[in-house]
Design a binder for this molecule. Structure first.
Ligand code: GLN
Length: 538
């Protein structure tokens, strides 16, 4: 049977949760026994988000195959419980790169290269690649940005063409818009939605479904008005009020009747009755009163919580399982460094130092690691968080006063974190780190072993620097345990402090593999240690 496509476009403003909506709809379709694959199209010119600042873009989400992708891929993986691949995210930069490389080789000799057909054909080829690679019943494909953006036009044009090529009965357009609320008159407005649908129709796309996002309850007659003005079925306008509980959205979509409506339009049959038992348990647990715990997240991009999206979600997943209400205290590492005031860490039950690049704020993170070690506060280090934990240990336990990573200080006499050998000759910054899934062996009898309950693991990486093996013995003799190593024993993957309730850190990023119903072992171990620590404190 032909693959079906559901395209998601955004109207009015960005950041209204198009990715979450698409991911949640994906879940409801999977619950019906259908297979789904996902894709995010990013119309910006960067080749991938790997070289963009988290301030610009939020977190870079890393896949098994090492693709550095948009954070929406994280929503897809968490909601639908799939493992996406490189074909699931591409940018205008990749498309142009491909076409220009071919042009230079002479593939189009004599021809003029144009947006239509050259760029649009390449976009269509890449969209089809998801269906070819994953062979799903349905491809969910989200176009980044908002309808009306200049840069998204070739993408929308490609999808319009694709609809005719694969058959209209195989394609749906879902337009996700925003209803602004006017405080003075206490009303929601549909006009911007009408305009964005008009913009979409002016390029030949009539949406089949409109999802009206809002922070306020949306009355049925407002939806009917949208249906009338935007020329869609009444049943095709679905209000989606901002939910306090992210993981409730599949349940809300189910209640709205949208999944069956979608199957009806696509002429697909459900293969099984949806079973939301696990999701209902998650939502019940979220809504249950639980003892509070406070976790400090010491990072340099804390003004933008999206920069730590997967870490935040992984904390939530583990906290639900551990039966506590975890609140995050966002602490700016550069401020910690500047003010040298650790008072805020006094009141927390656990400390996370997440990944990062560049030297700004690293001394603040090292101070946080020291505080966690000396006060026996549970600590979880993620990538850079492991490197800094080792630097702190070298300075304050081993007495190597200027110990550092050669990333931050090239002239340190103790580069306890150093550039990996195969990184030394690399000059291109994009896509050249140690990226994606690599195996790791866990040392029995360690905290990592009791967290994982297994000896062999595979985790996602994104780094250039590593623990310098010259120092392994010194560290081990002083109480550091290297509890996870690459199978050849050459790379430190997990470190932990022996005489500490839970000071565990990994060179990889465990947050990318956490699921709402399957918290990541290292996060769960951390939360369990926090529960114990909090008991002693309160
Ligand atoms: N900057 C460090 C490295 O490249 C850590 C990277 C990270 O935290 N993702 O090794």
């Amino acid at each position: 049977m032909a693959t079906k496509y559901i395209f998601f476009t955004g109207g009015v403003v960005s950041s209204v949760g198009k990715g979450v909506t698409a991911a949640a709809l994906g879940r409801t379709l999977k619950e019906r026994g259908l297979t789904v694959a996902v894709q995010k199209l990013d119309p910006y010119i960067n080749v991938d988000p790997g070289t963009m600042s988290p301030y610009q873009h939020g977190e870079v989400f890393v896949l098994d195959d090492g693709a550095e992708t948009d954070l929406d891929l994280g929503h897809y993986e968490r909601f639908i419980d799939i493992r996406a691949t490189r074909v699931s995210n591409f940018t205008a930069g990749q498309v142009y790169n491909e076409i220009i490389t071919k042009e230079r080789k002479g593939d189009y000799l004599g021809g003029t290269i144009q947006v239509i057909p050259h760029i649009t054909n390449e976009i269509k080829r890449r969209v089809a690649l998801v269906a070819e690679t994953h062979k799903p019943d349905i491809v969910l494909c989200e176009v980044g940005g908002t309808v009306g953006d200049i840069e998204s036009q070739p993408f929308l044009e490609s999808l319009r063409q694709l609809r005719n090529e694969v058959g209209r009965e195989n394609v749906l357009f879902v337009h996700v818009t925003w209803l602004p609320y006017i405080g003075a008159t206490h009303e929601l407005k549909t006009k911007p939605t009408q305009h964005s649908v008009a913009a979409l129709r002016s390029i030949g796309i009539s949406p089949n479904i409109i999802i009206a996002r809002s922070d306020h309850p949306v009355a049925r007659d407002l939806c009917d008005k949208i249906a009338l003005f935007c020329d869609v079925d009444k049943a095709a306008v679905v209000p989606m009020v901002t939910s306090k509980v992210l993981y409730e959205i599949p349940l809300l979509l189910e209640k709205s009747g949208l999944p069956d409506y979608v199957l009806g339009l696509l002429k697909l049959e459900s293969r099984q009755k949806p079973n939301y038992g696990e999701w209902e348990t998650i939502v019940q647990r979220v809504n249950m009163p639980k003892p509070p715990v406070k976790i400090a997240l010491v990072g340099k991009y804390v003004e933008l919580e999206d920069a730590y999206m997967s870490v935040r979600e992984a904390i939530k997943h583990a906290a639900l399982e551990a039966g506590v209400e975890a609140s995050i205290e966002w602490i700016h590492s550069a401020e910690l460094e500047r003010d040298k005031n650790l008072d805020r860490l006094n009141a927390v039950d656990g400390i996370i130092v997440p990944g990062g690049f560049g030297s700004r704020g690293t001394e603040g993170k090292i101070m946080a690691a020291r505080y966690a070690r000396e006060n026996k506060i549970p600590y979880l280090g993620l990538c850079l968080g492991m490197q800094l934990m080792c630097i702190e240990f070298a300075r304050n336990v081993l007495g190597f006063a200027d110990a550092n990573s050669s990333e931050f200080d090239r002239s340190t006499s103790h580069p306890v974190i150093d550039l990996m050998n195969d990184q030394r000759s690399i000059t291109d910054m994009g896509g050249t780190m140690r990226l994606g899934l690599y195996p790791c062996e866990i040392k029995p009898g360690t905290k990592a072993a009791s967290a994982y309950q297994t000896q062999h693991i595979d985790e996602r990486h994104r780094h250039r620097w590593e623990f310098n093996n010259k120092y392994r013995e010194d560290f081990e003799n002083a109480g550091m345990v290297f509890s996870g190593l690459s199978p050849d024993g050459k790379l430190v993957e997990i470190s932990e402090i022996r005489d500490h309730p839970y000071m565990v850190a990994s060179q990889f990023h465990p947050e990318f593999l956490s699921r709402p119903n399957r918290p990541h072992p290292l996060f769960l171990g951390f939360l369990r240690a926090i529960v114990e620590y909090a008991k002693q404190q309160h």
